[in-house]
Design a protein. Structure first.
Length: 269
């Protein structure tokens, strides 16, 4: 910001001596506009010394993907946005965040990731996509019951029915991590890839889910990748690559997202 072109210095009127006559005496005063010295960069110093930046849902060092930041007034908008019911996705459930999670059958590590210390090797030839999807259905069903329990809504009421139809049932307060939807995107033994939509999770929790899937399939599995593909209304299409972390790209991203954020807040609050 400080390297960007600044506004021109303000001008004020000063009465300066007119040009001297032949005898060297001042003949009068002339009104002249001159720059305000207080606006000079050497006097003023850097225009920006402090900028308030707030982080949205955090990512750990082994994860990648969408990481939302709020700048200035955007910090309040970030809080408002996370307090509202966010848009639905392709398979009809509400969510806060969505991830693609990669897995590898056949081994287990101490931290559930493929870079951790190896503690076990197992066979995996017996695993099929059908068996994997059966386990995923069980996980989704169990988490759906937890979602209903933490929503504090009487399931026999008209209100519960209307919220369910709109896909707006969600925990009303603190809750454990809840997976609202999970499906298999790719399956090529020993590798697989899942799409997971969830609330109140951490990336380490998602790695543990992959580990537990391996155990349920009478094998073991490690997580090879955790990538956040959506955080609320923000998707990978809105994200800036590391090479784009400059003033022009950040400004454009803010302008491009303003309408999206405003529309979502007006629709849901």
């Amino acid at each position: 910001l400080n390297a960007a072109p600044g506004r021109p210095p303000r001008q004020h009127v000063r009465f300066l001596p007119a040009s001297a006559g032949d005898d060297g005496r001042v003949t009068g005063l002339v009104a002249t506009k001159v720059p305000v010295l207080a606006d000079h960069p050497l006097v003023r110093g850097p225009r920006f010394r402090h900028l308030k930046i707030g982080a949205g849902h955090r990512l750990d060092v082994k994860a990648s993907g969408v990481f939302v930041l709020g700048i200035g007034h955007g910090n309040k908008l970030l809080t408002d946005l996370y307090n509202c019911h966010l848009t639905k996705v392709a398979f009809f459930l509400p969510f806060f965040k969505a991830y693609t999670v990669g897995g590898l059958f056949g081994k287990a590590t101490d931290d559930f990731s493929d870079t951790g210390k190896l503690v076990e090797k197992t066979t995996f030839d017996h695993i099929t996509r059908e068996k994997l999807e059966r386990i995923l259905a069980v996980i989704q069903g169990t988490n759906h019951k937890a979602l209903l329990m933490y929503s504090n809504i009487d399931m026999k009421t008209q209100e519960a029915y209307e919220l369910a139809v709109k896909g707006l049932i969600r925990p009303m307060g603190k809750s454990p991590p809840i997976i609202t939807a999970i499906r298999c995107l790719q399956f090529t033994l020993p590798e697989f890839q899942l799409e997971i939509h969830c609330l109140h999770e951490t990336q380490q929790y998602l790695r543990k889910v992959v580990h537990e899937i391996g155990l349920e399939l009478k094998s073991s599995a490690v997580c090879t990748q955790v990538r956040r593909i959506r955080d609320g209304v923000f998707t990978l299409d809105d994200a800036l690559l590391r090479t784009q972390w400059n003033l022009q790209s950040v400004q454009k991203a803010i302008w491009d997202c303003q309408l999206k954020v405003k529309t979502e807040l007006e629709r849901t609050l």
